[in-house]
Design a protein around this ligand. Structure first.
Ligand SMILES: [Mn+2]
Length: 287
């Protein structure tokens, strides 16, 4: 794909995304919702998901972290272009949320900008940056299931998320920072400081989760952001998904084990019964 084609796709996607609110509400969608965790340039898994689930029965919600950490040069661009093409052609059934890897600082450090420079030229970085800054931050299904990349922010009402301007970097807004950077842990009680060196985000524990979801009237929370060996963690009402199968931060031996044991993990909310199902597309197993 040449540079002009890429710019055209980016511009078309920008037009759609700039009209989406930071909190997308889906009420009585009358379709199943398929939630996909961090992809990190795993085009192969994305392809498997699309073939199986992109149809009239489903709405696909991607929780962010589309690029960076690519194993092969070109994987980041291939993955994000595919996602944008889906969005452009079927905008009501494809939802792309913003993760902490849809930000300049991260793309500079973890490979996406390098890829753009090697395969195209530096001037395209600005187009991608503008596009990423327009991605919505969260989604709410039937006022009960909240989906965001990382955390439930310190708001009194979820509608406050809509006041976060588009076009920002995470350092510029506390709530934005918490949505894309917060961690979740069952081993701490209320909250503790983030270990990731991002000043406005924090690790939310059990009490924070219980209290905040009660205040906001949320039943379940689905997110990505924290890698794990099984591809998901399911702590009653909080699901953490990692759909990428080649997470390059693990040591080599662990990574091989990871690939051997893991399938392509997604979450499904069926329209008939609003519980969350975790599905491994490879093995067909679910929980
Ligand atoms: Mn993340």
């Amino acid at each position: 794909m040449n540079k002009t084609d890429i710019i055209n796709i980016i511009n078309k996607a920008k037009n759609i995304l700039s009209n989406e609110p930071q909190l997308i509400k889906l009420n009585n969608p009358n379709k199943a919702i398929i939630v996909i965790g961090d992809l990190h340039s795993d085009y192969e898994s994305l392809d498997i998901i699309i073939k199986k689930y992109h149809n009239k029965e489903n709405i696909l919600v991607f929780v962010g972290d589309y690029v960076d950490r690519a194993v092969n040069l070109g994987d980041s661009i291939k993955t994000i272009i595919k996602l944008l093409e889906l969005k452009i052609n079927d905008s009501h059934n494809i939802m792309l949320l913003r993760g902490n890897h849809e930000f300049d600082i991260m793309n500079k450090k973890y490979g996406f900008h390098e890829e753009i420079k090697k395969l195209y030229d530096e001037s395209l970085i600005k187009n991608w940056s503008e596009l990423f800054s327009l991605l919505p931050l969260s989604l709410l299904i039937d006022n009960s299931t909240f989906i965001a990349h990382a955390g439930i922010p310190e708001v009194d009402n979820l509608d406050e998320i809509n006041k976060i301007k588009k076009g920002l970097q995470y350092e510029q807004n506390v709530l934005l920072d918490q949505l894309v950077w917060n961690d979740f842990s069952t081993t701490i009680d209320d909250r503790s400081n983030s270990l990731r060196g991002v000043k406005n985000s924090f690790i939310g524990g059990k009490t924070y989760f219980e209290k905040k979801t009660r205040e906001l009237g949320i039943k379940n929370f689905i997110r990505g952001h924290q890698p794990n060996l099984k591809g998901y963690t399911f702590n009653k009402r909080c699901v953490t998904l990692q759909t990428c199968r080649r997470y390059t931060e693990y040591p080599k031996e662990e990574k091989e084990g990871l690939i051997a044991v893991k399938g392509v993990i997604i979450a499904k909310i069926n329209k008939a019964k609003p519980n969350i199902e975790i599905i491994d597309i490879f093995s067909g197993k679910n929980e």
